[in-house]
Ligand binder design. Structure first.
Ligand SMILES: *[C@@H]1O[C@H](CO)[C@@H](O)[C@H](O)[C@H]1NC(C)=O
Ligand SMILES: *[C@@H]1O[C@H](CO)[C@@H](O)[C@H](O)[C@H]1NC(C)=O
Ligand SMILES: *[C@@H]1O[C@H](CO)[C@@H](O)[C@H](O)[C@H]1NC(C)=O
Length: 250
C-alpha cells in the first residue's frame, strides 16, 4: 500500500513539474528589508529543505504556482528559497531600484528576482455547472451563452467542477449541455509555450457539427486551460464542458 502511494506521489510530482505554469522574468530589485517590503507577503518559504540546489528552476516554478493559487500576478524569489508576493495594490517591487545581487533566476540576500504570471491565468471566471457538461442530455430549461441572456462576453473562462476541465475538442452532437446547438472547440489544445492561440468554436445541429461558428482564444496555463469566449452568435447556443473531472485541487 505504502509503495503504491509513494509511486502515485512520484507520478503526481513528476506530472506537476512537467506541466508547470509559465511566467515572464521582470528583473532583479533591491529589498532593503524595510517594512512594508517591496513584495509585502512571504507566501512560501522553500528554505525548509525544499530548495533543489542543482536546479533552482524547480523552486521558481513552485513559487509561481503558489502565487497563482493566491490570485497574485507578480512574485519574486529572495535568498534563493523565499517566495515573496502580494496583492496588486500593495506591490512596489521596483521601489528601491534595481539590484545586481541575483543569480540563476533568484535573488540572493536583500534582492528579489521578480516574475509576472500571464494575467489570464490568474484573473478568470469559472464555468462549473453540471448542466454545462457535454454528457448532459436534459432539454428542459434550455440555456444560451448570449450576452442578452446575461453571459459575460469576451473575458477569460476556466472550465472546472461538474462542467468538466476543458472544452471538448471533438464534435459534440446537438442537444447536449442544456441547449439546442452544442458548442465545442475545433482544433487541438495548445502547449504551455504556445501562448494565446486563436481557435474556432463550432455549434452543432442535426447532421452538421459546425452549423454555426465563432472565433475564440485559448491558453494553456500549465495545470489547466483558459478560454476567451465571445457571446454566442444566437440562441440557443452554448459552450459545453468536457464533463470529465480530473485533478480538482488546482
Ligand atoms: C532554468 O530556466 C532558464 C530559463 O528558462 C534556462 O535558461 C536555464 O537553462 C534553466 N536552468 C537549468 C539548470 O535547467
Ligand atoms: C533536482 O534537479 C535536478 C536537475 O533538474 C533533477 O535531476 C533532480 O531530480 C532534482 N531533485 C529533486 C529532489 O527534485
Ligand atoms: C526604499 O524606498 C522607500 C520608498 O521610496 C524609501 O522610503 C526608503 O528610504 C528606501 N530605502 C532605501 C534603503 O533606499
Amino acid at each position: 500500500m505504502i509503495h503504491i502511494l509513494a509511486f502515485l506521489l512520484f507520478i503526481a510530482l513528476t506530472f506537476q513539474s512537467a506541466v508547470a505554469i509559465i511566467y515572464a522574468p521582470i528583473g532583479c530589485y533591491k529589498d532593503p528589508l524595510e517594512e512594508p517590503r517591496p513584495l509585502p507577503e512571504l507566501i512560501e518559504n522553500f528554505r525548509d529543505g525544499r530548495v533543489n540546489w542543482t536546479n533552482l528552476n524547480h523552486t521558481i516554478a513552485a513559487c509561481a504556482e503558489a502565487a497563482r493559487k493566491k490570485g497574485y500576478l507578480y512574485f519574486g524569489l529572495q535568498f534563493y528559497g523565499e517566495c515573496w508576493s502580494g496583492p496588486q495594490d500593495k506591490l512596489n517591487y521596483a521601489r528601491n531600484g534595481s539590484s545586481k545581487n541575483c543569480d540563476k533566476g533568484v535573488g540572493k540576500d536583500r534582492a528579489n528576482f521578480v516574475y509576472k504570471l500571464p494575467e489570464e491565468c490568474v484573473n478568470y471566471r469559472v464555468l462549473d455547472s453540471a448542466d454545462r457538461s457535454m454528457t448532459n442530455e436534459n432539454k428542459q430549461g434550455l440555456k444560451c451563452d448570449h450576452w442578452n441572456f446575461g453571459f459575460v462576453r469576451d473575458v477569460w473562462y476556466r472550465f472546472t467542477g461538474a462542467a468538466g476541465q476543458t472544452m471538448p475538442d471533438k464534435c459534440v452532437s446537438a442537444g447536449k449541455c442544456q441547449t439546442i446547438m452544442s458548442g465545442w472547440m475545433d482544433g487541438k489544445h495548445p502547449q504551455v509555450d504556445d501562448g494565446i492561440q486563436k481557435r474556432k468554436a463550432c455549434f452543432s445541429a442535426e447532421n452538421n457539427c459546425c452549423k454555426r461558428k465563432t472565433d475564440i482564444h485559448v491558453r494553456n496555463c500549465g495545470e489547466f486551460y483558459v478560454y476567451k469566449l465571445p457571446s454566442t452568435p444566437g440562441c440557443y447556443l452554448r459552450y459545453c464542458g468536457s464533463g470529465v473531472s480530473q485533478n480538482m485541487n488546482a
